[in-house]
Design a binder for this molecule. Structure first.
Ligand SMILES: Nc1ncnc2c1ncn2[C@@H]1O[C@H](COP(=O)(O)OP(=O)(O)OP(=O)(O)O)[C@@H](O)[C@H]1O
Ligand code: SF4
Ligand SMILES: [Mg+2]
Length: 382
């Protein structure tokens, strides 16, 4: 695959209130140039600050009246570092896919900022937005519905070149698509076949090849293996890990399966009802969770060792997940939390390193949005 084309031009930066180094770009050309500056491995490439997405709820057919909003994402902040995989987990409906769509600019944020290389992409337009779109790509959950059945594999993978001809001029496209098929472990001679002629795992490889076509820096993966057989999941995950090393990619990896997320992620964020409950390295989250919701999730992970299984404490959460249109006051988890106290209904807990762990170097010293954060011995998956 072709090299990521970057120039070395430096653009001035200045920190803003959210601690993000904001690029001082003025003209469109300067904005585009700033987006081409490479980010060092381990530096933040994407910085999400107080991101909000509310879907309005309306009533009436002719005269639509606003009757509230679904608070799908309600003030989320996190960083994605260059070259890392950040896993995002949480129950169905907690807002994971909405975050993905916001990062892809497929939805307009209600509030908040998404800084890509220091520029707020929620405010970009024209050539700068096009440059961002080329660099942030997505791999979707369902390889059966995300590929157009009437297009050949060559046309599907080559489609992004119609919008970004600078990446592959017309004469080079067939060769480029064949190279991409080879990169994802498919026979380049399959270029004229249709999606129905492939298995689920092979279709997801086609989806990954399409995601790689424009040499992106970031790939947002929304449940990329959930629709696949367990035996095929591992092959696709291994492919993704290999591609990350080869092309220096940063992944935001959304999934339900906590074991898969641990396997692929460097850091993990746990979402609950539109908020981030806890975030840290995979070892901090899986071996030293301090948020009751994370502890409950982990206590439900299947454990292969029978002895460990017998000794584990299963935390059964009572009650349904509240509606995101009417979330509980204070801590959103309080209606299902066994530790809830009056303070939990009155004050929204901030996502921060808990005071009690602040000056220690224990693995419990990571960000957790709980007034009473403490470690709990949860037997976790290996
Ligand atoms: N376009 C929309 N209009 C109204 N509500 C929406 C829209 N998209 C999502 N929602 C609501 O926002 C909330 C979050 O949805 P989202 O798809 O982000 O959840 P998720 O964590 O990805 O769930 P899952 O694990 O099932 O994929 C849900 O309550 C959903 O019904
Ligand atoms: S803030 Fe209170 S309700 Fe929320 S998780 Fe912590 S203890 Fe439970
Ligand atoms: Mg989803």
């Amino acid at each position: 695959m072709a090299e990521l084309s970057k120039n070395d031009e430096q653009v001035g930066t200045t920190p803003n209130v959210s601690g993000v180094e904001v690029v001082e770009a003025r003209t469109e050309a300067e904005e585009v140039a700033a987006l081409e500056v490479p980010v060092e491995r381990g530096e933040p490439i994407l910085q999400v600050r107080n991101l909000v997405k509310h879907f309005p709820l309306t009533q009436g057919i002719l005269f639509k009246k606003s009757v509230g909003a679904v608070k799908a994402v309600d003030g989320i902040s996190f960083d994605l570092y260059q070259g890392e995989t950040l896993g995002i987990v949480g129950e169905s409906g907690c807002g994971k896919s909405t975050v993905a769509r916001l990062l892809m600019n497929l939805e307009r944020a209600t509030a908040g900022e998404i800084f890509y290389k220091g520029q707020d992409i929620t405010r970009l337009s024209g050539k700068a937005l096009k440059a961002v779109r080329r660099n942030i790509q997505m791999v979707f959950q369902d390889p059966y519905t995300s590929l157009n059945p009437r297009m050949t594999v060559g046309d599907i993978i080559g489609e992004p070149f119609e919008i970004h001809p600078e990446v592959a001029p017309k004469g080079d496209r067939r060769k480029k698509v064949q190279d991409l098929l080879d990169v994802v472990g498919l026979n380049p001679e399959y270029i004229n076949r249709y999606p129905h002629q492939f298995s689920g795992g092979q279709r997801q490889r086609i989806g990954i090849a399409r995601g790689l076509a424009l040499n992106p820096e970031i790939i947002i993966c929304d449940e990329p293996v959930s629709a696949l057989d367990v035996s095929v999941q591992a092959q696709v995950i291994n492919l993704m890990e290999g591609l990350q090393n080869e092309f220096n990619l940063s992944y935001l990896f959304i999934a339900h399966d906590l074991s898969i997320v641990r396997h692929i992620s460097d850091r993990v964020g746990v979402m609950y009802l539109g908020k981030m409950a806890e975030i840290g390295t995979d070892a901090q989250i899986y071996d030293h969770p301090t948020h009751p919701y994370t502890q409950a999730l982990l206590s439900a992970v299947p454990v292969p060792d029978p002895e460990a299984r017998a000794n584990r404490e299963r935390i059964i959460l009572t009650g349904d997940v509240p509606s995101p249109a009417n979330p509980p006051s204070g801590c959103r988890f309080r209606t299902r939390c066994w530790k809830a106290q009056d303070k939990c209904a009155e004050e929204v807990p901030l996502l921060a390193v808990p005071e009690r762990f602040k000056d220690s170097d224990t693995p419990a010293a990571h960000e957790s949005a709980c007034h009473f954060a403490e470690e709990k011995d949860v037997v976790h998956a290996a």
